[in-house]
Design a protein around this ligand. Structure first.
Ligand SMILES: NC(=O)c1ccc[n+]([C@@H]2O[C@H](COP(=O)([O-])OP(=O)(O)OC[C@H]3O[C@@H](n4cnc5c(N)ncnc54)[C@H](OP(=O)(O)O)[C@@H]3O)[C@@H](O)[C@H]2O)c1
Length: 271
């Protein structure tokens, strides 16, 4: 079966949901023959339309507004749990993307697949329930701190702020692995040759958001200072894990380049 799926990556029978999102865009670039479905094509809170033959589903549609999910947990669940269940109902092998926010962040060494999840936020809870909704015959790819040349993400936000201001305040007490969507999308080709189940796939290296901001300004040649602040100073609605570095303990797991390499690849794309 794995061979058939691998072959099918070059055909039109691969479906990408959330094709307008930052990961969905990278998946479409990596698998140009895949059929990309945006929210306008299929709102995943509804049962799937008739898509004809489907050999593989790359399910990147999600509610990703972490703070808004605290206010509207049922709407977030409709997308992240109901939507994943609907993607599974297509009846094809499924790659479902999940998050480091399923963990509570109390560890100080990398989270591996066998670590017990304990989400702090409504978003994290919906993603964890979404993992279960994907079913046992799916690849659950957990990644972290995604960024890319399109969409709403930290790199694009910092580039915009850094060009306007002399200083930005950025939290320095959350540590993770910023992962370039192009690198994650490329790893999907490896994942589908591996056994189903949970896989942690994140960039090598780790940093805090403040360190990441400094690297962005340095690589982009922007003269903006980073003032390091504590998460509590921001008073955002959703709690975030203080530490959520992901690594795999499973044989054959894809290894991604360092986050700084991902940052340079992203900045190259942005010109
Ligand atoms: N972003 C991160 O830092 C991060 C970290 C770890 C894991 N992840 C996971 O990685 C995956 C991809 O995330 P991303 O960063 O690419 O997110 P994204 O840029 O927000 O893309 C998500 C896409 O899903 C679409 N969508 C939302 N509700 C939908 C619905 N009801 N029906 C159909 N499509 C819908 C969005 O469309 P609209 O633009 O119209 O809303 C958007 O195009 C998600 O599973 C996310 O949970 C993300």
């Amino acid at each position: 079966m794995e061979h058939a799926i691998a072959d099918s990556l070059g055909t039109r029978h691969v479906v990408v949901t959330g094709a307008g999102g930052q990961l969905g865009t990278a998946l479409r670039e990596t698998f140009p023959a895949a059929r990309g479905l945006t929210r306008a094509d299929w709102d995943v809170t509804f049962p799937p339309p008739d898509l004809g033959d489907v050999d593989l589903v790359l399910h990147a549609a999600a509610w990703t507004d972490v703070d808004a999910a605290e206010m509207s947990p049922q709407d977030a669940a409709a997308v992240n749990v109901g939507g994943t269940q609907h993607a599974a109902e297509l009846g094809a092998p499924l790659v479902a993307f999940s998050t480091d926010y399923v963990f509570d962040g109390t560890k100080r060494t990398p989270y591996v697949e066998s670590d017990p999840p304990n989400p702090l936020s409504a978003y994290g809870r919906t993603k964890l329930h979404g993992e279960a909704a994907a079913g046992e015959d799916s690849w659950i790819v957990r990644s972290s701190w995604l960024f890319g040349p399109t969409g709403k993400n930290f790199v694009r936000t910092m580039l915009a702020l850094g060009r306007e201001r002399d200083e930005v305040s950025v939290v320095d007490d959350q540590r993770g692995s910023p992962t370039y969507v192009g690198h994650l999308a490329a790893a999907v080709d490896e994942v589908i040759h591996l056994p189903v189940g949970i896989w942690h796939v994140a960039a090598a290296g780790d940093c805090t958001w403040a360190e990441f901001a400094e690297a962005i300004f340095q690589e982009a040649g922007i003269a903006c200072r980073v003032r390091r602040i504590a998460t509590a100073e921001l008073a955002r609605p959703a709690p975030r894990p203080a530490y959520s570095v992901l690594r795999s303990e499973r044989a054959g797991a894809p290894e991604l380049p360092h986050w700084r390499e991902g940052l340079r690849a992203c900045l190259d794309r942005l010109g």
